[in-house]
Design a binder for this molecule. Structure first.
Ligand code: HEC
Ligand code: HEC
Ligand code: HEC
Ligand code: HEC
Length: 197
């Protein structure tokens, strides 16, 4: 998708450049029309790109087997994070919701939607939904949500405004990210005894 957009953009810019070069060879009087045209179209392309990348809800992460949207569920429908990630405050693994949990609602809500039919397929064949992981942390780092959530650090301090994302872009968390906040909040810096196994 992004490759396509980039190609189209580059092609447009090339055409604009072509018109520009050609028209600048012509007389100034005949020049002014195409010149304006090319300036306008360049502006349009830039504007388009700006909105494509800057509008919330278009943050593109890995494509998921079912296009589950946090924006729809957490943003529009206001379902609490911990309803779907219940272990986040007491386990190393917050857990992704099993398909049963989706079907609690989707047995009744948009039950005939093609994506919901796909959920039934996973359920009937007892296949865990093959969600693709978005966030990464080096293997040897001991991270536990529990301590952080008990200190009432909000999800969004580390994960951003998840409730505005259609797809989670995810992140590779590096040590600087951990240390910066630990310094700010006077948390354990006795590192990495605390964090490295
Ligand atoms: C209706 C269920 C549901 C709700 C509510 C929900 N999530 Fe999720 N969450 C999922 C599913 C399913 C995935 C896996 C698919 C994906 O990454 O989009 C996921 C993935 C994630 C991931 C990425 C995990 C990874 O590293 O791959 C994060 C972070 C996350 N959720 C945070 C949140 C936060 C913060 C909230 C509240 C604002 C929230 N979720 C609300 C179902 C939910
Ligand atoms: C607490 C209830 C609830 C749970 C749990 C839930 N959903 Fe939904 N879901 C909704 C509602 C409400 C809508 C909006 C339906 C509509 O558009 O009218 C929705 C919409 C959707 C849509 C269509 C979104 C769109 O873009 O139109 C998909 C796909 C979906 N959910 C997948 C899932 C998956 C996968 C899970 C489990 C990880 C899940 N849902 C869990 C309530 C729920
Ligand atoms: C202090 C930072 C921080 C806070 C606060 C935080 N997270 Fe995370 N979260 C992380 C890191 C780092 C990872 C990656 C962990 C890993 O891959 O082992 C992660 C991973 C996840 C995952 C993916 C887990 C998996 O099994 O792949 C989910 C889901 C998640 N967080 C949900 C939440 C929710 C919901 C909240 C708020 C209740 C929250 N997180 C608050 C840092 C945080
Ligand atoms: C937004 C701020 C913030 C970020 C980001 C953050 N932490 Fe923390 N962390 C804290 C605070 C505050 C505490 C202290 C909790 C307490 O006192 O119970 C803490 C506690 C801990 C502890 C327990 C330390 C002890 O006293 O035994 C570990 C381990 C830890 N964090 C690891 C990490 C790792 C690894 C990362 C990066 C992936 C990370 N933290 C990112 C704020 C943060």
């Amino acid at each position: 998708m992004e490759i396509l957009i980039t190609t189209i953009t580059l092609a447009t810019l090339l055409i604009v450049l072509f018109i520009f070069v050609r028209s600048s060879l012509q007389s100034l009087r005949r020049n002014i029309g195409p010149l304006l045209l090319s300036i306008c179209s360049t502006a349009l392309v830039i504007l388009f790109l700006f909105f494509f990348y800057a509008t919330p809800g278009t943050d593109i992460g890995a494509e998921q087997p079912i296009p589950f949207s946090h924006r729809v569920h957490s943003g529009v429908k206001n379902i609490q994070c911990q309803y779907c990630h219940p272990y986040v405050s007491y386990s190393r693994h917050p857990g992704l919701p099993p398909v049963e949990k989706c079907l609690h609602c989707h047995k009744y809500i948009i039950a005939r939607h093609p994506w919901i039919l796909k959920e039934h397929e996973y359920y009937n064949t007892r296949t865990p939904t093959p969600w693709r992981k978005a966030n990464y942390l080096a293997e040897h780092v001991l991270f536990n949500h529990q301590r952080h959530i008990r200190k009432e650090i909000l999800c969004k301090e580390c994960h951003g405004a998840v409730e505005t994302y259609d797809r989670i872009k995810g992140e590779h968390f590096y040590m600087g990210f951990c240390i910066e906040c630990h310094q700010k909040k006077n948390a354990n810096l006795d590192c990495w005894l605390a964090c490295h196994s």
